[in-house]
Design a protein around this ligand. Structure first.
Ligand SMILES: Cc1cc2nc3c(=O)[nH]c(=O)nc-3n(C[C@H](O)[C@H](O)[C@H](O)COP(=O)(O)OP(=O)(O)OC[C@H]3O[C@@H](n4cnc5c(N)ncnc54)[C@H](O)[C@@H]3O)c2cc1C
Length: 487
């Protein structure tokens, strides 16, 4: 870093920016964060995340604190106007391939506090509050960013190797990169009611229920502790005005709860949209999270998708900061993430259509008919879009399992590759640019190799498989070809 203030400047300290900062803080890099507000947005938006996201939280060292603030989510049921089950999406209480339960409920401000606390002792991370980004200039080998301190009304300049806009739905950074979006066509106004029960109420469902109706589509969420949420589609049956009329709210809620049993923590209106930015990168400037895509909340995947973005990007940025700018490596971020987030958004839209009773129960390819004729969905896990690695490699772009090690000085195999690429093989191998692990001492990994019928694998720090080598193929050629993309 020459005459620059930092390696990576993160704009926005919501969940996306805070997770990116935590991921980058694993390296010896200087990180700066601009946040225009003075403190955390203290009201919940996201209430759910999945196993893949818990694996990211584990990798940044917040699992133990966070898990105490979560409950395991049992799943979602879609019912018709007579409360008949039309689609079941159970989340069995079983550990998944990612090493955690399939789905968790949480309170977003709890997560954001933990993420910030985890950075507090890291001298490489500088956070500026009340600091609003107002100007960006791509200067070729670095980016020049101007921000205003909203308290002192003074402007300041930061020069950074890279800038990542995690600045939410009205992103300044997105406008700089190119404001055009792909619109997937779902746009609806919904009221969100967050309630806190005065005491536990066993009569309320302990799953999420999606009430599919042409009259009043609605969602009920069983959140952590005594928190419960109702989301209601605004139309002639429940109007924008009704949200300001407590009598109308309690009348609507009377199917589940009476006024003496809970307090309304907040009531608000959101416009749910389904958009993906056409461009996620311009030179050394990137966008991630809500800045890059917006999804209705029916799957609980908006924030999760943003965290997948930064999990894809952090190690690529770190690689470039350490070994020099690599165009192809960085360009793979947008192409790998786009298909993945698109599949979540399309599935969510299909759920939205079902909620409005204008779509069918086949919301994704993972919906199957059970023996009794009912429809059951399993969670989707879309692979990465094209990018690093070869299209003909069937394992490339899929996630590598989380492996607990029994007789080893490290507890989880993930720790071997949470910062850098790693080559796993059954024979010794030396390459100047990649860490190598001979897997013979890990019987758990040998078993995976045997099941997949492979001789070597290259794993990425975001847990995805970069490339795999079939038995009887040449390992030298394999490694040299895989590493070409990093030169
Ligand atoms: C009702 C509802 C329910 C939801 N439920 C779920 C769920 O269950 N699961 C899930 O995964 N997702 C859910 N989501 C989506 C989720 O809340 C968002 O995707 C997530 O909060 C986005 O995080 P972010 O960090 O990208 O953006 P934000 O949280 O919007 O953070 C952006 C930050 O950037 C700052 N900023 C903006 N402009 C500037 C600037 N110029 N300079 C400096 N700072 C700036 C802002 O102050 C803010 O702190 C839900 C959303 C809604 C509305």
């Amino acid at each position: 870093m020459q005459n620059k203030n930092c390696n990576v400047l993160i704009v926005g300290f919501g969940p996306t920016g805070a997770v990116l900062a935590n991921l980058l803080s694993k390296y010896d890099l200087s990180i700066q964060i601009l946040e225009k507000e003075s403190q955390i947005y203290n009201l919940p938006r996201a209430v759910h995340f999945d196993d893949e996201i818990m694996r990211i939280f584990k990798s940044i060292g917040i699992f133990d604190q966070l898990v105490k603030k979560t409950i395991i989510n049992k799943g979602t049921k879609f019912v018709d106007e007579d409360d008949n089950l039309i689609l079941d999406w159970p989340r069995p209480r079983q550990i998944t391939n990612n090493g955690f339960y399939p789905s968790y409920r949480f309170h977003q401000p709890d997560l954001e506090k933990i993420l910030r606390k985890n950075l507090a002792s890291n001298d490489n991370v500088k956070i500026y509050y009340n600091a609003e980004l107002t100007e960006l200039k791509n200067k070729g080998k670095f980016v020049n960013a101007k921000y205003i301190n909203k308290v002192t009304n003074t402007s300041h300049i930061i020069d950074a190797d890279y800038v990542v806009g995690c600045d939410g739905a009205n992103s300044f950074v997105k406008k700089f990169i190119g404001p055009e979006t792909i619109d997937y066509g779902f746009e609806e106004r919904w009221a969100v009611l967050d309630l806190i029960l005065k005491k536990h109420n066993k009569n309320l469902p302990d799953r999420t229920i999606q009430y599919c109706s042409q009259n009043t589509p609605a969602t009920y969420c069983r959140n952590v502790g005594r928190r419960r949420r109702w989301e209601i589609s605004l139309n002639k049956n429940f109007t924008e005005k009704d949200i300001f009329d407590e009598n109308k709210i309690w009348k609507f809620l009377s199917k589940w709860i009476t006024q003496d049993a809970a307090v309304i923590e907040r009531k608000t209106i959101y416009t749910f949209k389904s958009l993906i930015a056409k461009k996620w990168q311009e030179g050394r400037v990137f966008i991630a999270g809500d800045a890059a895509h917006l999804s209705p909340p029916f799957m609980g995947q908006g924030m999760c998708s943003g965290l997948r973005d930064v999990s894809n990007l952090f190690w690529k940025l770190a690689y470039c900061c350490h070994f020099g700018h690599k165009e192809k490596l960085l360009a793979s971020y947008e192409s790998e993430r786009l298909n993945n987030v698109k599949e979540y958004i399309i599935t969510t839209i299909n759920m939205g259509k079902l909620l409005n009773s204008i779509g069918d129960t086949n919301v994704s390819k993972s919906v199957k008919e059970a023996q009794d004729g009912s429809k059951v969905m399993t969670s989707i896990k879309p692979p990465l879009g094209p990018g690093l690695g070869s299209k003909s490699d069937k394992l490339r772009g899929h996630i590598f399992p989380f492996v607990k090690l029994n007789k080893s000085n490290i507890k989880y195999f993930d720790e071997h590759f949470d910062k850098e690429l790693v080559l796993l093989s059954t024979q010794d191998f030396n390459h100047p640019n990649i860490k190598h692990i001979n897997i013979n001492k890990y019987k758990e990994i040998i078993k995976i190799f045997n099941n997949l019928n492979i001789k070597a694998l290259i794993l990425r720090p975001d847990r995805f498989i970069l490339s795999s080598l079939q038995k009887n193929s040449d390992i030298n050629k394999f490694v040299n070809k895989s590493m070409l993309q990093f030169s």
